[in-house]
Every structure is written in C-alpha cells, then in structure tokens.
Design a protein around this ligand. Sequence first.
Ligand code: SF4
Ligand code: SF4
Ligand code: SF4
Length: 375
Amino acid sequence: MSLHLEIASCVRATSKFSDCSKCIDACPESIQLVDNLPSFANNTGVEAASCVGVCPTEAFSLSDFSTTEFFFSFLESKVRLISPKFNVPCISVLSVEHLISLALASEEEITLDLSSYDDTSILYEQINARIEEANFVLSSFSEKQLVSNHIAEDVPKLENESEDEVSSRRSFLGNASLKGVVRHKMTFDEAVEADELKTFALDVHIIAKIREKNLPDKRKILFTTLKHAGVPDTFEILPEEEVSFTSQKFVDDTCTNCQICYRICPTGALSSNGKFSLINFDSMLCVKCRLCHDVCEPNAIQLQSGFEIKEFFEPTQRTLATFDIKRCNECGNNFTYTGGEQACPRCMLEEEEAMFLHSNALSMKALFEEKKEDE
Ligand code: SF4
Ligand code: SF4
Ligand code: SF4
C-alpha cells in the first residue's frame, strides 16, 4: 500500500500564499516541503497515513484503501470495531468528519482499537485528539459517542462485497448535495492566476484541475449522515478552536473587495455574484483550509469565535460583505466604489502619475529658464 498525493487538490498548489502544513505537522518524518509543496519519498507507506485523515481537501490518499468505500463497507458489515488488525491500515486515515459520520450512521456503538499504537507516540496522540474532537462535536447534538479501547484478541474478517453494492453507494454519494449550496456560483476561469501557478512548474492539466471547485467526499458523507440525524431541541455554539474541519467567518471593513478569497476558495464556500458586489459564505462547504485567510492582505476575513451547531441542520448562505460597484468615468470598467471621484483605482493611479510627471516637467522647465536667465 502506498501513499498518493493529488497535487491539484492541495491548497499550496492553488496559491503560493497558502500556509497549510497539516500533513507535514501530522507526518513530519515522511513529508517535507519541496518548492513550497508537500513532498515524500516513493516508498512512504501507511506509517504516514495520518496525513490522509488530516488533509482538509483529501489531497492525500492510499493506493489500496479508500476512506469513502470503507465508510459504506463498515456500515454494511456486522462488526462495530475499527482496528488496524482488522479493517483499516491505520485509524489515522479517518478524519474527524469520518468518525462523526460513522458514529451517527451506526445503530450500535463503535469501538476504535488503539492496542496497536504506542501510547507515548505522536500518532497515538493524533488519533486520540480526533476521537475526542468527534465525541465533543457529537455530544453537542447527539447521544452517540465513539469508544476507544485496547482490544488484544483477533477479530473476524469482512466478507467481499458485490459490484452492485459499490455502485449503489457511489450513486448515493453523487446525489448527496447541500440544499442550495453545492453549486457553481460563478465561473472559475479567472479564479487562479495561471502565472502564479506556473512558478511551481505545474502543467496545464493540473492547473485546470485546480480551477475546479470540489467538495471532498468526507464532507458529502457528513452532510448526508447529518440529514438523517435527529435535530436537537436547542443548538449549541462550540468554541471555534475545538472544531478543526469547518468554520464560520466574518469580514471586517478593511476588506477591499480584491476578489481573491472567493475566487480561490477550493470548495466554493466563499462566493460572489456576477457583479462581484458581495461576499457569500456557506459554512457547510468550508473545510477550514485557511486559504482565504492566507491570501487576504488586509486580514479582513476572520474566524468567528464560536461555531453554531445550527449550521449542521439548517445550512445557510450568509452574506459577509456587500460593495457598491460603479462604472469608472474614465475607462468604463466596474470597480468597488468607496466614495469621492467615480474613477477606478487604476485610473486614479494613472492620473496621479500623470500629475506627478506634469509637475516634474514644470519644475524642470522653470529650472531651465532660471539657468538661461543667469547666463
Ligand atoms: S494538508 Fe493537504 S492541503 Fe494542506 S498542505 Fe498538505 S496536502 Fe496540501
Ligand atoms: S476579504 Fe480579503 S481577500 Fe477577500 S475580498 Fe476582502 S480583502 Fe480580498
Ligand atoms: S472559506 Fe476559506 S477556509 Fe473555508 S474552504 Fe474556503 S478557503 Fe478554505
């Protein structure tokens, strides 16, 4: 079993300003940055599987193990044990979203077998942290919890599944969509500056894939299981730092409507309209990759301090900012009007430069005439 990285899905390939290091932090021994992109040796195997579970965009995967396929085959099986001795190469391949979804979708309690791990290792700590986060989030709206345990004895094998079962699950996933939010809200043609991508020597095929906006399967699974979970009577608000896989945001008044964040967001969580006169945000599409924060020069986009669980059950598109778009009196292009003369920043700059050159020419002329008089 080997590790695979779909570089087009990595937010570092989308922008050189991305500071994402989740995979490197998870597997520092195996994954390093080379030319600002994650890189690993060809023989890197499942010992580095923690990067698979932690990557917000599912850029990492394993050659012979699909977390999406596992989700369905596990639920179809009768055993409620997840163990590296039995059905997963490593528990760390599963993300917090997978763990929450599994707990929600299973009638019976699920046990995670940690007996294969050294309880002083970083990997053990990471797996425990994910289970704790999953249980914390679950406890805010459900009675269900995951159990972690040390199982010593041998466990049974899964039966093979039929092709029909696999394809019916695929169509189930294909149909999973967020009410009114999984859609291409704008063309992504200009979303990523090709020149910026070329600095990483990415080929045209990869650049085209980056331009697509994709919601990871794990998010589709989570959304689908949430739709079948009971709606709680009251909705809790969890501390932002306790939820690693999604977020709520606000935009402050330092925003210049440079358009970068909503053009570059890999999932379409941030979007705008045809006139670029607003910033919309769908929390259930956000994978907390932080790319929008990394590219925002004035730091105008910020994380809300609390995450509202209500979003899981009643996903809404919120408008984070609106802008007054006017046509420039000089060049006729639309621009974000902030008051004063109705001219776009480029024309204003050109006018300033022209005035500077003109006043320079006048002083040169005056100097020249003064010198001539002296002679
Ligand atoms: S965690 Fe995923 S998105 Fe982030 S740097 Fe690694 S591969 Fe890229
Ligand atoms: S929030 Fe930041 S990146 Fe997004 S449009 Fe405003 S200034 Fe640009
Ligand atoms: S809104 Fe920001 S953090 Fe969320 S997916 Fe988009 S770029 Fe990533």
